[in-house]
Each structure stands twice: as C-alpha cells, then as structure tokens.
Design a protein around this ligand. Structure first.
Ligand SMILES: CC(C)(COP(=O)(O)OP(=O)(O)OC[C@H]1O[C@@H](n2cnc3c(N)ncnc32)[C@H](O)[C@@H]1OP(=O)(O)O)[C@@H](O)C(=O)NCCC(=O)NCCS
Length: 279
C-alpha cells in the first residue's frame, strides 16, 4: 500500500510550523492563523489529504494537508458549536460548508472535512480531513475516518467503519472509489482501497494486509484491495499453526462484473437518495 508524495496546494509555512510543533501553543496567533487557513482550504475541498493520480493510478498523499490537521489539534482553541439546544465543545468545530448536502439530524461533519454538494448524510460521522464526493450516501451510523477519501455515487451502508489516518501520521488513507457499495457494518481501515464499482458484502473487513482471493481462479490478488467491479465477501482461508490449522479472515472475490455494471443488489433506489430514507 504505497502512497507517494505530491506537490501540495498548501503553503510551505505548514512544514515550518510542523518542525517547531512541540514549541507551539494556542497562544501563537500567527501559527494558528496559518493552520486555520490551511484546514479551511481542506474544508472547502481546495486541498485534500490524498487523491488518486490519474496517470499512475496510485494513491498520492499530501503530507502537508495531514500536518495542517495535526497542527490544528495543537493550536486551535476550544470552540463551541451549537445545534438547537445541543452544544459541542471541541478544538475542531462543526463544518459550516454544507451547501447542497442533505443532512439528517444526528449527522456530524467536523470542520476540515469536505462533503460535496449532492451527498446525503444520514445520522453519521465524518471526521476532519475526510473527502466525500458528490452523489454519495453515508448511511446511519457510518463513520468516515480522518483523511479517508470517498468517491462519487458511493453507498456507505449502515454502520460502516471507514478508518482514519491521523495516527500514525505516515499512514496512507483509506480510499473508496466511485460507484462502490460498502455493505452494512463493513470495516475498511488503514490504507485499504475499495476500487471503482466494487461491492463489499455486509460485514467484510478490509485492512492493508487482508489477503484477497479470487474464488474462480484461486489466485491471490493484491492485498488490501477490493478489485474494481467485483463482488466480495468476508471469508476465511486455512492457515497452519503449531497448534493446528485454523481459518484466518480474508476477502473472497465472488464475482467479476463488466466495468460500469453495478451489482443488482447494490443499486440504491434513487428514491432513497431523494428522500433520505434508511436503506
Ligand atoms: C455480497 C452480496 C452483494 C452478495 O449478493 P449475491 O450476489 O446475490 O450473492 P448471494 O446472496 O447469492 O451470496 C453468494 C454466496 O455468498 C454468501 N454471502 C452473501 N453475502 C455474504 C456476506 N456479506 N458475507 C459472507 N458471505 C456472504 C452467501 O451465503 C452465498 O453463499 P452460497 O452461494 O454458498 O449460498 C450481498 O449478500 C450483500 O452482502 N449485500 C450487502 C447488503 C447490505 O449491506 N445492504 C446495505 C443496506 S443499508
């Protein structure tokens, strides 16, 4: 799961502040302002923690964006956000950029996360640094971890856990590509990648080291990745230990679909998006 560095749209003052991070305090107004501007650019979708290089198809990580976010935790003062009579106290307030996003009560998006117009947020949590692209549904109790990158027209089903990357700082974010369907209560963590149009069956677990096996051929595919336009479920593979042979978790690729064809059970009825009814 290699990530490469690329030129950041954020200013290099962030790197200078990062080098001095242990000396910085919320009282340092100049540093705080620089970090606030950088995190706000991430909040606006002008900078992002990671993206897919269209030429190499690799995940490229903007370390400066991650640094800005980590610095925000050190530098931002406690702030109060208010929703009705309910109040929050956090160094990271709620985002205020939600134009064109349908947000149901109980959904939380922290400042520094970008949520594109045309998305639907059921009661769910989107952490700082995450990027959620248009047409995507974040269903009930799904969590999108810090820095995770979610593509267009994705369905993150109820209770899905998409891991974050703030700890450790060198980690590559989770990427869920366009048109993917992540079934209920799946866990996708630590730099795992769900490629375009993939369907993950309910309850599947994908980590960067998860073995991925094509059941048609028996082939071991690249670890930690659900292949594009495939249908995958959590399975087990036998592994020998001194104490016997036991089943270890893996991801089984059950089907390959033609590119552009979504699995028939994964099509989310348009009416659910329009009215935001839980699927
Ligand atoms: C993975 C999935 C898409 C497969 O659907 P399908 O192509 O119609 O395939 P089937 O349901 O016939 O299942 C194929 C096999 O995989 C097994 N299987 C299905 N889903 C599974 C899952 N999530 N985990 C493990 N095994 C699973 C079935 O038992 C079946 O085994 P069998 O052939 O020995 O009977 C579907 O089962 C699923 O999990 N969809 C996600 C549902 C969901 O989370 N919806 C969210 C709404 S908020």
């Amino acid at each position: 799961m290699s990530g490469t560095h690329h030129a950041s749209p954020l200013p290099d003052v962030i790197d200078e502040l990062w080098e001095r991070r242990t000396e910085l305090t919320p009282g340092d107004a100049r540093a705080r302002e620089a970090v606030a501007v950088a995190v706000d650019a991430i909040d606006a979708g002008q900078a992002r923690v990671a993206s897919i290089d269209p030429v190499t198809d690799e995940v490229v990580v903007d370390e400066r964006a991650k640094r800005a976010i980590l610095l925000a935790f050190r530098l931002m003062p406690m702030a109060r956000s208010q929703v009705g009579d309910f109040r929050y106290d956090d160094r990271v307030p709620l985002t205020t950029r939600l134009d064109g996003v349908r947000v149901l009560p109980g959904a939380i998006v922290r400042w520094g996360a970008y949520v594109a117009p045309g998305t639907v947020l059921m009661p769910s949590f989107v952490n700082i640094g995450a990027y959620v692209d248009t047409g995507t549904m974040v269903d009930t109790w799904a969590t999108v971890g810090s820095g995770a990158q979610i593509g267009k027209n994705v369905h993150l089903s109820g209770g899905v856990g998409i891991g974050g990357v703030l700890e450790p700082p060198s980690a590559v974010p989770v990427v869920v590509e366009d048109e993917a369907m992540v079934g209920s209560r799946c866990m996708v963590v630590g730099g795992a990648r769900v490629r375009q149009g993939a369907t993950l069956g309910a309850g599947a677990i994908l980590t960067p080291t998860t073995h991925v096996i094509d059941v048609e051929t028996g082939d071991e595919l690249p670890r930690g990745e659900a292949p594009a336009w495939s249908v995958c479920v959590g399975g087990t593979r036998p592994r020998d230990f001194p104490g016997g042979t036991f089943g270890m978790p893996c991801l089984l690729v059950l089907k390959r679909l033609p590119a552009g064809v979504r699995h028939d059970k994964s099509a989310l009825n348009q009416i659910l998006r329009d009215h935001g009814v839980d699927a």
